[in-house]
Structures are given as C-alpha cells and as structure tokens.
Write a protein that binds this ligand. Sequence first.
Ligand code: ATP
Length: 234
Amino acid sequence: PQTAPLLEVRDLNAYYGQSHVLHGVNLHVMPGEVVSLIGRNGAGKTTTLKSIMGVLRSRTGHITFGGQDITRLPSNRVAARGLAWVPEERAILSSLTVRENLELPPARPGGWSTERAFEAFPVLRERGQHPGSKLSGGEQQMLAIVRVLRSGPKLLLLDEPSEGLAPVIVQRIGDMLQTLRREGLSVILVEQNLKFATRLADRHYVFVDGHVVDEVRADEVEARRADLLRYLSV
Ligand code: ATP
C-alpha cells in the first residue's frame, strides 16, 4: 500500500495586502522525507513556510498534516500538531543566556532535553551562561534548531539555515540534520545554497515568482544541475 503524505499543500495562493505572491503552489512531504524549496530571493519560499504554519492568514488553498485539515488552524495549534518553524532571523533573545534561550519552550515528551541538546552541540554547553548576543551566527542557528526540537516535532521547517555561515559550520548543521533524518524527522528546507540543499534533500521544489516551476528528485540532480544553477542565479 502507498504511504500517505505527512504534509500536503494544495493550490495555495497567498497575499500581502493587494499583492498576490503565491500562485497555486502544490507540494507534499512524505514521512521521513527531507524536501528543499529552492529559488531566488523573493520567489515565495518564506511565504510558503509562513502559510503552512498559519502565520500568514491571507491565503486560499488546502493544507493537510497527517491526513487532517490544518488550513484554518491558528499557528499555536498548528505547532501543537507537530510542526516547528525556525525562521531565518533565528529569534535568539540577546538578553537571555544560551541556556535560558534553550529552555524557553518547555520540553515535551519525546522532545529534546537540555542534556541532549548539549550533547549534540557541546559548544552550547560551553557557552551556556553567555548571553545570546555573544553567540556566532552558526551557534545561534544551532541553538534555534535545538530549541524547537524540545517540542518533539514531526516536521521541521528551516528557513535558510546555512545563510551567512562559514563552510565548516554549514557542514556541522548538515551533519546534525542527517542525524535527525535518520531518527525519522521530516524536514522542509528553504535554501539558496545548492550544495547544502542537494547534500540533504530527497526532493527539490523550484520556486520562481511565486510558482513551483519544477521538481527534481535527488537521483536526477546530477543530470539537471545546469537547470538548477540557472534557477538560482541572479
Ligand atoms: P527570501 O529568501 O528573500 O526570503 P523568498 O523566496 O522566501 O525569498 P518571500 O520572502 O516569500 O520570498 O517573498 C515573496 C514575495 O513577497 C516577494 O516579492 C516579497 O517582496 C514579498 N513580501 C514578503 N514579505 C512581505 C511583506 N511582509 N509585505 C509585503 N510583501 C512581502
């Protein structure tokens, strides 16, 4: 029997005031799958994540998660179903320590404990008493990811986790995501870094001007590399 998608987005249109920015977006994520949304700045990737989370309410279409309709749910109830979003700006509070930032959301059953986060990223333990403002970009990204894992999500929405980070840190974040994937977590990865996206994702959705214009499986990436680079180039 065919497995049902974990997440399904059908005919999504989204608006900022009068401005129509997503045009009939269709996509799905299978259980355990890592899917990337790639495309240039302004193509609509972040807007898609916000629409899925219920943060952007001005939209039409259908969104189901685990077979249940979540289209009209407020974002706190979307999160309670098992979706977690790490926005591009990371939202680390500079006046709180690293540990306080980490422990802001309560750990839920099945979610990551403080100890588990510190084991995964020893640097966060070392910096535990430092203010959030003193972390490097890479450390902030690690903290932002492990913080949302405290709720034990089934689907993680990551907005450009590699952006502005040194290659060695990008590698670390990638290793961590591989580990999470092995544990069965599903991920939507918004990326402009093709190398990072193709290392991790099982499938890629290509966004151009608010439309999904192409879909490329991992085993097609080599043959389609020139197309992918063209979609991303400015
Ligand atoms: P980026 O990497 O820059 O975030 P993106 O592919 O995620 O790119 P979106 O942020 O989803 O793109 O933006 C899609 C379109 O919506 C763009 O034309 C952008 O200018 C517009 N837009 C985004 N946020 C707003 C907003 N708050 N108000 C009005 N227009 C917006």
